[in-house]
Design a protein around this ligand. Structure first.
Ligand code: FAE
Length: 536
């Protein structure tokens, strides 16, 4: 095992001696007989939205829960006094096991923006497949640590279209409002939106869209806007106003560690094993044996640990959960899984673009990293032309006159995740052609704005051959689609006791930013599972 070094922050959080069968984690110890698996009543793999809901609901019902999380526990300040690095000052905290950043906006005026960084178990992963890069949050709190906090309700008609069979009355009447309350969703204040220099870019994005007859809607968020007002006024340490977002927010954001996970841990029944990556699941009689690797702060495997649990909740996200199931099936640990495992994957139609404004249309040198407005054409578009585009920030410290947008389309393109036995890894058959309909839809929306404004697209943001980003996503969805790989309550078919509660259940497209829907879906699943499978 690698020695712990006092100079590293977030050093190895759990250590394991597989031979002795003992695991020591932060603030707790779990003991097992030498060589034997650690027996736990319920295991949750992943600490993002689905995992946090599962842990809280299980614990409130009196069940002991052990959570495994491959990333770190982000609760200790680093060398600069901050827990997370700023977007503009990346270091080993920023990216998951990379020696160079992999920024979504990779270039500006032809200059590459990526920089060398020290290798570390950082908070933002980018998983590169042949034609698609997938960004994911890694750490206790999952995607909530790195995301923009936008908590957008899905449209009822679109959910009915993409997830037929979901009990929508209940979902909209109870589970979505519950998720919004637990996550602390709130709205930007009038003062910030209409007067703050930090939202000049949002006001310009709104005005130029409305001038072309486009509808602009408010976008709710879990970032605390009362805090944002204070930081904008210089009365509290800056986070949204200080270039913090995709590598974590040091203040203001109600990420899962402050909401669901905090409540779950407060029960005293939830143990989180950070820096512990599940690597395989095997059926063993009425239970499951889950193997996991303990990781150091630079990602080295320092030991292994084995758990045994009669109930396992998979919450490792679209890629993580699908990979675990594909890998476990390939290794012979799980048999009889649905043939549809890996299918139905999509990037939620994610397409980014930039527009160059005129010199009399400044976007602001100072910009809040938390978006608050979106352009919405769903009222007057059909099929794959439906677009919801957030007016996104580009905080550069100088005025760039750049309007940036993250568009989400109703793309019908789906791809398949599968196991490449030769390479020993998961692959994705997404091609650039899969994104063509999204790019066309987005182009239609923004061509109209450019025509009215006499403005042009920025062609210098995503490398030499792209005006629209058709090669990465923040919103991986699918792989274990609800009602195919699982039943309607997230029970993995053919594997009693194994459940899925995360974004892998959603069929590649939700039409809006996904975490609110994922959270509400996990609430619905847990309600059913607790009532039907775990009633004591
Ligand atoms: P997720 O939150 O990804 O959690 C999975 C967890 O499992 C992670 O902590 C992983 O480290 C962990 N894990 C994976 N594999 C293993 C393993 N083998 N063993 C142990 N642990 C493992 O899953 N969505 C919005 O709705 N609004 C936004 O504003 C927004 N902005 C985003 C910005 C960025 C930069 C990114 C990357 C994403 C954004 N998203 C946004 C997407 C959102 O964060 C994502 O849909 C959810 O986090 C997915 O939730 P899950 O519970 O599926």
């Amino acid at each position: 095992m690698r020695p712990h070094t006092a100079t590293r922050r977030h050093v190895l959080i759990g250590t394991a001696t597989a031979a002795a069968g003992a695991v020591v984690g932060p603030g707790h110890a779990v003991q097992a007989a030498p060589g034997a698996p650690v027996d736990v009543p319920a295991l949750v793999i992943g600490t993002g939205y689905g995992g946090s809901v599962a842990a809280l609901r299980l614990a409130l019902a009196g069940h002991r829960v052990t959570m495994l999380e491959m990333g770190q526990e982000w609760n200790r300040p680093g060398h600069d006094g901050r827990v997370f690095a700023r977007m503009t000052e990346p270091d080993e905290r920023s990216m998951w096991l990379r020696r160079r950043t992999a920024m979504p906006i990779s270039h500006l005026t032809g200059v590459p923006l990526d920089r060398p960084i020290k290798l570390g178990a950082g908070v933002l992963d980018r998983v590169d497949f042949a034609a698609m890069g997938v960004y994911c949050g890694v750490g206790v709190g999952g995607g909530s640590l790195v995301n923009g906090g936008m908590a957008v309700r899905p449209r009822r008609d679109y959910l009915a279209e993409v997830m037929p069979g979901l009990p929508l009355d209940d979902f909209f009447a109870r589970h979505l409002p519950l998720a919004e309350r637990e996550l602390g969703v709130n709205h930007v204040t009038e003062a910030l939106l209409e007067a703050s220099p930090y939202y000049q870019y949002a006001r310009l994005g709104r005005d130029t869209a409305q001038a072309s007859g486009r509808r602009v809607v408010p976008v709710p968020n879990v970032y605390d806007f009362a805090y944002l007002e204070q930081e904008a006024a210089g009365q509290a340490p800056g986070s949204a106003t200080a270039n913090e977002v995709i590598f974590g927010n040091n203040h203001g954001k109600r990420d899962l560690t402050k909401t669901y996970l905090a409540r779950a841990r407060a029960t005293g029944l939830v143990t989180v094993q950070a820096a512990t990556r599940a690597s395989g699941i095997e059926r063993a009689g009425d239970a499951f044996v889950v193997r996991a690797e303990m990781l150091t702060a630079d990602g080295t495997v320092s030991g292994t640990v084995v758990y045994r649990a009669p109930r396992v909740f998979l919450a490792a996200g679209s890629l993580g959960t699908t990979e675990l199931l594909l890998r476990s099936r390939a290794a012979g640990g799980l048999t009889g899984l649905s043939e549809e495992l890996g299918f139905g994957w999509g990037p939620n139609g994610n397409t980014m673009l930039g527009r160059a404004n005129h010199v009399w249309q400044p976007t602001g040198a100072r910009q809040s990293t938390i978006p608050v407005l979106g352009i919405d054409n769903w009222a007057y578009a059909t099929g794959q032309d439906r677009v919801f585009a957030e007016i996104a920030p580009f905080p550069a410290g100088i005025d760039t006159y750049l309007s940036l947008y993250l568009a989400i389309t109703a793309s019908a393109s789906r791809a398949r995740l599968s196991w490449d036995a030769t390479a020993g890894r998961m692959i994705l058959d997404w091609t650039r052609a899969h994104a063509a309909a999204s790019v066309t839809a987005v182009r239609r929306t923004f061509d109209a704005i450019n025509a009215k404004q006499g403005s042009t697209y920025r062609v210098d943001l995503f490398g030499s051959d792209r005006t629209f980003s058709d090669h990465f996503t923040y919103h991986p969805l699918g792989g274990c689609v609800l009602g195919t790989v699982t039943d309607r309550a997230g029970r993995v078919r053919g594997q009693g006791g194994l459940y899925i509660v995360d974004g892998s259940l959603a069929p590649g497209s939700l039409g809006v930013n996904p975490f609110l829907t994922i959270t509400a879906l996990a609430e619905q699943i847990m309600e059913t599972v607790l009532a039907e499978d775990l009633r004591s």
